[in-house]
Design a protein around this ligand. Sequence first.
Ligand SMILES: *Cc1c(COP(=O)(O)O)cnc(C)c1O
Length: 402
Amino acid sequence: MKRTTGQDRAATRKWRAATRAVRGGTWRSEQGETSEALFLTSGYSYDDAGTAAARFAGDDDGMTYSRLQNPTVQMLEERIALMEGAEACRTQASGMAAMTTALLCQLSPGDHMVSARAAFGSCRWLADNLLPRFGIETTIVDARENAAWEAAIQPNTKVFFFETPANPTMDIADLEFICGLAKAHGITTVVDNALTTPALQRPIEWGADVVAHSATKMMEGQGRVNAGAVCGSEAFINDVLLPFQRNTGPILAPFNAWIVLKGLETLDLRVSRQSANALKVGQFLETRVPVILHPWLESHPRQDLAKKQMDDCGPLFSVVLDGGREQAHTLLDALELIDISNNFGDARSLMCHPASTTHHNMGPEGREAAGVSEGMLRINVGLEDPDDVIEDLDQALSRAGL
Ligand SMILES: *Cc1c(COP(=O)(O)O)cnc(C)c1O
């Protein structure tokens, strides 16, 4: 296997973002294939016993077993690290495998974590249920309040964990402030960057230590496979994350890694078109719904901060209707083009009611505290012509009495 362009990795670090997304991390076999090869193998054979021993001793960096290394998976890991501006990356089977690995690999009983009230439902479950079971204390704060992060710090605080924008409330957290505060207190920040991808926001540039992803969403881009990734310094990935990952095995399958590699080739194009479509659809909806939570619209309370941290708005935003669950479900049931689906990042426009789906498990009180109201609808604007999406919303809004 050899690298295609720039044998030295430093050269690939000079590439601009779109080039990194298309070519980063590519290796070629002796066949010279242009598209990345898919290595469906769990094991590797060795020329002689001495080579096997050298590989296990770490004196030879060849592959040993696909729970530990796989060429297709490594291509993806190098590409994502390059795109995030991180020293290293390891991928996992799903976004939640990535979040769980990023947290459990570094937290122990007696440690304390501060995390954000508005978050993907399963991320809240980790903070509310899993970590406390293992003696890890957690405090939930409103991520939009800088002072709340500071007030939550304890002598045993090890990790800050949050996403921005948050799913589905579109809360924007101040990356530079929170990461700076963490650094001053020796706390590790873990930022879930699933909503934006490195094409729109690179938390490491604002001082984040660890960036975790659901690559299932915008990075994959066409709703086919689940995947996750964790990026950080070489010291964090090699010394903290890898011992946990290699021995517990939440690894990404080579086929799924290959699908995400192909998805990344078009990421730059997709995010810019889907962001433009999401802005157009948002501008239409703004005239018809009582509340819209869209980081690129004036009505968003942290529009300036969003524009500072993000290169564009991405495909996702939410609206809130006055008529609660009933009106929200009526609108969904009236859709003819847009699918009712809780996924996002897909090329198809998708819409869901978070309170009865992704955030159902939090219960009514948990949802209220997290800002997920009964009248909230979340939309992923896809790659269809935005005028067709607007026409569909127009007729569905009318049927819901709006
Ligand atoms: C979807 C999502 C996850 C979980 O990712 P999976 O690939 O579904 O496991 C985590 N965080 C955020 C912000 C997400 O949107």
